[in-house]
Design a protein around this ligand. Structure first.
Ligand code: HEM
Length: 616
């Protein structure tokens, strides 16, 4: 059975990678015209249709094979309707495998019907989500430090899909399209390869960080993979070198190299599928306490400032995202500098502070202590929802992207920059930047999260925790983008409306904090009770402390934003006044009538007439 599961997983991974490679080509590699895909996409579309069908089929079979393995029964045993139904609806692993299957079906239609680069970008995002869904409940979830094991495997799988998928899709392209695609893909392939190796090593470390682990089947497969990966990187290096020297014309040698690269990759994917089906080594003597089984970490010592500033539990996925954003930001600033364009250093500092506070509240000490105490969870929430977004928004990342993203490769191509502009001006952005929507997501979600079972349920799993943190950050980013954002906004929101929004946010936040302060029962669905943190003796007091923190920490950033809005208002007004003055003096210089003076004259004439006729 396990051989069948490995072979099926191999076909699943290969077909999903190919499907993602096809969507990546549609979204970024193939030349489009005004955002629309050209005929060059049609050959790939057929391959994409077949690979997505295979992905859907193998992911359905993966559900049945996984259940049969869990039941230690034949496939027929897993085909029992009741068992299968409860597996896919009630068991986390079953649910994630079902999610992958459903998304694979949706991608069959997406690959068939997408017509624009923007639609392909959205379908690509969805396909990557489908691919990583089962990873949240793979045996990475049973390893120590879930955030390192699960996070690094997710980064591994995403980087692999872009790298391997991209190479497979490019091999199917016609000669003419290969040039444009390879030039753009080789950059991406380099980054993806770095991410694959770094995340592979991080994941291997999270399982093989004790000596006995090294004489296991698992360790030997990891070693074989590492050796083959080095071969792959050497081939990749020669490929890039020849591509650069060949200046776009491909020699027979380059085609062989690409084919060679694809072949080595496929064999490593086979090893990877085998690995994901092999039980990783476990430390025999380790007693698993409730905290370790739920969050993968035993409770740290009672919090002190030093401990909060030094504790670190790397969340590989968040770290990978932060490294990607920071690298892109630095690259953007470097491009501007090279062009001789200025970029205010204050923006870079604000962005860096935003990124640093995200790291502190996720992998850093606040992120660690948030897993063990409600009040520290609330501090981390306030940092992610209020402090970090202000830094990111004042860093103006969208403006930087618009000023540095590549334009079209042909006169008619809209390019990546064009796709971002289209997204910014799309109906979705207009709806999202509506002040009421931004405020509802920012403050309304507080009540939905904390005064329903949602909070307790989300705290129980790594994916739940990740979802909460991402929501806090995005809701905060949207809110502060609407209020004090420097980046382009599809709506021009008057300063008065922004100030009203801030006062509304302040009062709703205070109301939320008071509601939390006056709770008489625990609202975490028993999460902190199960964790049994030795230094949290009174859970209700800890919850009430979270209420005071929400109040204190919630108001400060809003007052900061209020001050910033007033300053922006005054600046805009004086800018407007200067513009009018400039306009008036230009008109005067051109001998054009001074409307303002004319209008005043008209008013005084009216007054004189009224006085004459005795009408006051
Ligand atoms: C230094 C290089 C690498 C190391 C140390 C490494 C290590 C790992 C580890 C530890 C896993 C987790 C397996 C599990 O679930 O327990 C994994 C999964 C995997 N790796 Fe790698 N890897 C490396 C490079 C690569 C490369 C280059 C490829 C393909 C071209 C690859 C393909 C895969 C696949 C397909 C999986 C299974 C993913 C899944 O479960 O969905 N790996 N790798």
């Amino acid at each position: 059975m396990s051989l069948l599961t490995t072979v099926n997983k191999f076909l699943l991974i290969l077909s999903s990678f190919t499907s993602i490679g096809v969507l990546l080509s549609f979204a970024f590699l193939l030349i489009e015209s005004e955002g629309k895909l050209q005929n060059s996409a049609e050959k790939l579309r057929k391959i994409g249709f077949l690979s997505t069908l295979m992905w859907a089929g193998t992911s359905l079979l993966q559900i049945i094979l996984t259940l049969a393995n869990i039941l230690d029964s034949k496939i027929s045993g897993a085909l029992d309707a009741t068992t299968l139904k409860s597996f896919v609806l009630q068991i986390d692993l079953g649910r994630f495998l079902l999610a992958q299957f459903i998304i694979a079906i949706v991608i069959v239609f997406a690959v068939t019907f997408v017509r624009t680069a923007l639609q392909s970008i959205i379908a690509l995002g969805l396909a990557l989500l489908g691919l990583i869904a089962p990873v949240f409940q793979s045996h990475s979830a049973s390893a120590g430090s879930h955030s390192l094991a699960i996070g690094s495997l997710i980064v591994h799988v995403i980087a692999l899909a872009l790298w391997v998928g991209g190479v497979l899709a490019v091999t199917f392209l016609s000669t003419h399209d290969k040039d444009a695609a390879l030039a753009r893909f080789s950059q991406l392939a380099l980054w993806a390869a770095i991410a694959v190796v770094a995340s592979g090593i991080a994941n291997a470390w999270s399982r093989l960080n004790f000596s006995e682990a090294w004489n296991t089947e698992y360790a030997s497969i990891v070693l074989a993979k590492s050796i083959l990966t080095s071969v792959l990187i050497v081939i990749g290096y020669f490929n890039r070198k020849h591509l650069k020297n060949a200046q776009g014309s491909r020699t027979r040698f380059v085609i062989q190299l690409i084919a060679g690269e694809a072949l080595v990759m496929i064999s490593i994917v086979l090893l990877g599928s085998w690995l994901s089906n092999t039980q990783p080594p476990t430390r025999a003597e380790v007693a698993i306490d409730p905290a370790t089984s739920i969050v993968g970490l035993s409770a740290p010592a009672a919090p002190t400032l030093a401990r909060i500033l030094t504790a670190y539990n790397p969340d590989a996925l968040v770290i990978a995202l932060l490294v990607t954003f920071v690298s892109l930001y630095i690259k953007g600033v470097a491009v501007l500098k090279k062009r001789g364009d200025a970029w205010p250093v204050g923006r870079t500092i604000a962005f860096a502070l935003g990124i640093a506070s995200i790291d502190l509240a996720t992998s850093g000490g606040l992120g660690v202590y948030a897993l063990f105490s409600f009040q520290y969870h609330m501090i981390a929430h306030m940092i992610l929802g209020m402090v970090a977004p202000i830094g990111l928004v004042l860093g103006a990342p969208i403006t930087l992207a618009l000023r540095t993203l590549p334009q079209g490769r042909t006169p008619t191509e809209r390019g990546v920059r064009g796709s971002l502009l289209a997204l910014l001006h799309s109906r979705y952005s207009v709806i999202l930047t509506n002040p009421v929507v931004a405020l509802a997501l920012f403050d309304g979600s507080l009540f939905v999260l904390y005064f329903t079972n949602l909070f307790g349920n989300l705290m129980q799993s790594h994916v739940g925790h990740l979802f909460m943190n991402v929501h806090f950050l995005l809701a905060g980013f949207l809110f502060f983008h609407v209020i004090i954002g420097i980046d382009p906004n599809p709506r021009r929101i008057p300063h008065l409306v922004r100030i009203v929004m801030l006062f509304a946010a302040m009062s709703i936040h205070a109301f939320f904090a008071i509601a939390l302060l006056s709770t008489s029962t625990l609202i975490d669905n028993g999460y902190y009770q199960t964790i049994k943190t030795p230094w949290v003796t009174d859970l209700l007091a800890d919850q009430h402390a979270a209420g005071s923190i929400a109040w204190a920490m919630g108001e400060v950033p809003i007052i900061l934003a209020l001050t910033a809005t007033f300053i922006q208002w005054m600046r805009d007004d004086s800018r407007e006044a200067k513009r009018i003055d400039r306009n008036e003096s230009r008109k005067a210089a051109m001998g054009e009538p001074d409307e303002l003076a004319d209008y005043n004259n008209y008013l005084s004439k009216l007054q004189q007439r009224d006085e004459k006729e005795g009408r006051q």
